[in-house]
Design a protein around this ligand. Sequence first.
Ligand code: HEM
Length: 195
Amino acid sequence: MFIAGLLPFILLIINALIDRLGANPIDTIIRDTGQWTLLFLILTLCVRPLSQLMDWYQLRFNLRRMLGLYAFFYGSLHFLSYFGFEHFFDWADMLDDILTRPALAIGLIAFVLMVPLAITSNRIIKKRLGGRRWKRLHKLIYLIAIGGVLHFWLLVEAKADVFMPLIYAIILSGLFLVRYPPVMTWLKKNVTFSK
Ligand code: HEM
């Protein structure tokens, strides 16, 4: 999983080195890293229902942390490439842009909310925080995922192509639905999985 998670990054570097990022490399980098951030967020949210369906609880702790950290890794690359390539690390210039584009403001809020989750993913900090507080804090992932999909939706809305954000919104709704205990109980009765 660790190597698989790094592959998109390695491919991006290779494509940059051999000049295969298309006519607008900066756009490609920002878009690709945005896509990977959202995908890893969704994958992180898949772990809990899957581990419940498979009665495989060890999967939850090991995999969820790694996928969540990859979401943060790609989110950081996404933000830094926007901040660096489009605004040359000029805070005032970036804020001007963000304040006039709600889609970017939502993206920024989602990214900022990822920071405490990444910090507290460390086992020692998790222990210090206590299980209940940690769980409550990590519920922020739902808000982050909604923010990510909304950010994507608003960005592509102007181009009248909301197909992909719509797919993400449907998947996200499904992932919320399976968190409702009666739905999970029904699934456990009717869906069989083997490890
Ligand atoms: C959880 C946080 C975030 C997620 C999940 C996310 C996800 C995405 C996705 C899926 C795209 C569309 C890629 C495409 O068109 O194929 C995108 C584009 C973009 N994002 Fe984000 N993003 C996040 C945070 C941010 C932040 C913090 C910023 C900067 C403040 C930002 C700036 C942009 C920009 C400039 C684009 C390209 C827009 C365009 O094509 O005109 N994003 N993002």
